[in-house]
Write a protein that binds this ligand. Structure first.
Ligand code: PMP
Length: 405
């Protein structure tokens, strides 16, 4: 295997830190990943050599910044295999991208329309649609998926002539299961619905091909794929982006303004009001370079191997209930009946192990699982087998100590 986690670790300065006087074991990667030195350097280099506002065309620095900014758009379009760079719209992240679509399609939603999501969604791919349904009188429907990511054939009728929008995550952030995306997208397309894929949990692990997926919209965040926070993108097909009402209005997104009227700019600028997050865009493009320079297949195999190791170590423990699948995942989400996940989290943190306890912004999914929260360890390319081992050891220690209370 050409991929080596120990080598790649050296590129992430924060990983050599201690946390609570123990070596840091960072297993909260589904929340956000750490950043490699190349991404950190790109941010500094931008501010030290190119900082200016973009698209103002006023001077040398502005031209430099604009060139880098638009090169980044090309880079992200290539990363997604988007056919045109103008189909990539910068957003703050997945949340803003989904809100842009939910707001942007409001004009075409009628009271007898249906907006379809799945039962595995993050609140970011639920609340904007729920609120859209409230505003328009449309009906929000939830396609039941099992915690194994299965879609039962008797639910085919959820896709029908009323379905105007189908929005679905590629991978559940809470339990790490993949959804049957291709089948669902085909069903949504067959009834003429707009389709949106929430790729927040996919981009760090899978090579994304929006052309092959053939979805109308694809949303993701840079910070979950080794890029900076505050930047993400909305990919859309031309016909889908063209009909969106802009979420924000102001400078940059216009071509001519009078007191009585506004002529909007062309794509992508029509959906990018105001001064963009220039350094974020450059950092995101560098994160794409970082990922592209790796053997992505081997990287994913490694990440899955770590999750599988933890799964196998814990699966026979009667104190522990695991909600993630055994294979094909980079996440292990679990609970220990009788011990609060926050207490487990606190003990792990005291030993330098960073995981996440809570509902993972997925209250309805927690209800489906019959718990209020889970403890989630999520792996990235720089994690090692000894870190996976340490997580298991400290968790078992925590159960022993806290279980006696
Ligand atoms: N969808 C999923 C599946 C996520 O995991 C997240 C982040 N936890 C989001 C949407 C929202 O992403 P952001 O907070 O970066 O906008």
């Amino acid at each position: 295997m050409s991929f080596d986690a120990n080598t790649i670790r050296d590129e992430f300065p924060i990983l050599s830190m201690e946390a609570n006087e123990h070596p840091l074991v960072y297993l909260d990667n589904a929340a956000t990943t750490q950043k490699p030195q190349v991404v950190l350097d790109a941010l500094i280099t931008y501010y030290t050599t190119s900082n200016a506002n973009v698209h103002r065309g006023a001077h040398y620095l502005s031209d430099r910044a604009t060139a880098q900014f638009e090169h980044a758009r090309d880079r992200v379009a290539q990363f997604l295999n988007a056919p045109e760079n103008s189909y990539v719209i910068w957003t703050k992240g997945t949340t803003e991208a989904i809100n842009q679509v939910a707001h942007g399609l409001e004009w075409c939603i009628a009271p007898d329309d249906e907006i379809l999501i799945t039962s595995l969604e993050h609140h970011a791919n639920l609340v904007p649609w729920q609120q859209l349904a409230f505003r328009t009188g449309a009906r929000l429907r939830v396609l039941p998926l099992t915690s194994k990511g299965e879609w039962e054939p008797e639910y085919a009728h959820y896709f029908n002539e009323h379905t105007r929008i189908f929005a679905c995550t590629q991978i559940s952030n809470a339990i790490g299961v993949k959804t049957p995306l291709k089948d669902m997208l085909a069903a949504a397309k067959a009834v003429g619905a707009f389709t949106l894929v929430d790729g927040a949990q996919a981009v760090a692990h899978y090579e994304v091909d929006v052309t092959e997926l053939d979805c109308d919209f694809y949303a993701f965040s840079g910070h979950k794929m080794y890029g900076p926070t505050g930047i993400g993108a909305l990919y859309g097909k031309a016909h889908a982006l063209d009909v969106l009402t802009p979420l924000q209005t102001g400078g940059e997104m216009v071509s001519h303004v009078t007191y009585n009227s506004t002529e909007f700019n062309t794509l992508p600028y029509r959906l990018e009001a105001g001064t963009p997050n220039i350094e974020g865009v450059i950092g995101l493009s560098t994160a794409c370079d970082f990922l592209a320079s790796q053997d992505r297949e081997d990287m994913l195999i490694w990440e899955q191997k770590l999750a599988r190791y933890v799964y196998d170590e814990l699966k026979f423990n009667n104190d522990i209930e695991i909600y993630s699948p055994a294979t094909d995942t980079t996440v292990v989400s679990l609970s220990v009946p009788g011990i609060h996940t926050l207490d487990l989290n606190g003990y792990l943190d005291s030993q330098g192990v960073a995981v996440r306890a809570g509902s993972h912004c997925a209250h309805p999914l927690m209800a489906q699982l019959g718990v209020s929260s889970t403890l989630r360890a999520s792996f990235a390319c720089y994690n090692t087998l000894s870190e996976a081992r340490r997580f298991c050891d400290v968790l078992l220690e925590a159960i022993e100590i806290l279980g006696d209370d």
